[in-house]
Ligand binder design. Structure first.
Ligand code: HPA
Length: 283
């Protein structure tokens, strides 16, 4: 269910706890093991989720659980370091509280990251992938039930969930920085169990290039509110039906940490441009 009062209370709490003149423009969700970007931010304030009344706490040990406000390459940003997942037992509303709150704080562009398994055999763990589209395999939507019309329409368009100009910008920056950036479709599943070989075969067959346990609901909420979205997956393991391999959380975190530096440079370069380029309105 959508709960505008809860989002408003959270954003009012955060506004009271930040420098008054500061309005974030770009929201960034940091996935598993990808917190390294924080080092590149000139931080103005940090607010732990635990201090925010009625804000869902991530139960995943690798997720820190805080908002960070500051500037990245001169651009005012708001970082969500740690997120909630359906597999923790949270509702779609809880999962999307961070993104909805960032929009209520003034964010108009969302950069969302995650750790994911690569379904494409040509890709290597540690590669990055710009998400061109997604398939929501969770069976859930943050838009179920009453629609808050001030946020967005009852039947929001999903024909272009990921912004083509932002993908182009990310590709340009990746080339300049010498970073390999694949492009592909992300399948979002509930987890927490990893995929069976037959499931992996099915995700590939229906057109997915990577599979992970987050992002799709947050992107639906973001698009509902009219945010422009750039999604980047860090491919932490190969997920191939004919030679399945264990991908324990420690390995996912280890590979995400290795790729974290590249992801941070890429996001910093994109965010810097978002401060001074006028990317045309969403089309
Ligand atoms: N499957 C689902 N989620 C994941 C994976 C995977 O292979 N790797 C990282 N998150």
């Amino acid at each position: 269910m959508q709960n505008p009062a809860r989002v408003q209370n959270t954003s009012e709490f955060l506004k009271k706890n930040k420098n008054e003149a500061f309005t974030p423009k770009v929201g960034i969700v940091l996935g598993t093991g990808l917190g390294g970007l924080v080092d590149a931010v000139s931080i103005q304030s940090t607010i732990s989720y635990a201090d925010i009344p009625d804000f869902p706490q991530s139960t995943v040990a690798s997720h820190k659980g805080q908002f960070i406000l500051g500037t990245l390459g001169g651009t005012p940003v708001m970082l969500q370091q740690g997120r909630c997942h359906l597999y923790e037992g949270y509702s779609p509303e809880d999962v999307c509280m961070g993104v909805r709150t960032m929009a209520a704080m003034g964010v108009t562009t969302l950069i969302i990251t995650n750790a994911a398994g690569a379904l494409n055999p040509a890709w290597t763990p540690g590669d990055l992938m710009a998400i061109t589209d997604h398939i929501n395999f969770t069976g859930k939507s943050p838009l179920t039930g009453y629609n808050h019309d001030e946020w967005g329409p009852r039947f929001p368009d999903m024909s272009r969930p990921y912004d083509g100009e932002l993908i182009e910008l990310a590709m340009q920056k990746a080339t300049q920085l010498g970073i390999r950036l694949e492009r592909g479709v992300y399948a979002g599943v509930q987890g927490p169990q990893m995929e069976t070989p037959a499931e992996t075969r099915m995700y590939k067959a229906v057109g997915a290039d990577a599979v992970g346990m987050s992002t799709v609901l947050e992107v639906i909420a973001a698009r509902h509110m009219g945010l422009r979205v750039l999604g980047i997956s860090c491919l932490t393991n190969k997920n191939l039906p004919d030679c399945m391999q264990d991908a324990p959380l420690e390995e996912v975190i280890r590979v995400a940490n290795l790729a974290g530096g590249r992801l941070a440079s890429l996001i910093e370069a994109v965010a810097t441009d978002l401060n001074d380029t006028t990317i045309s309105p969403y089309q």
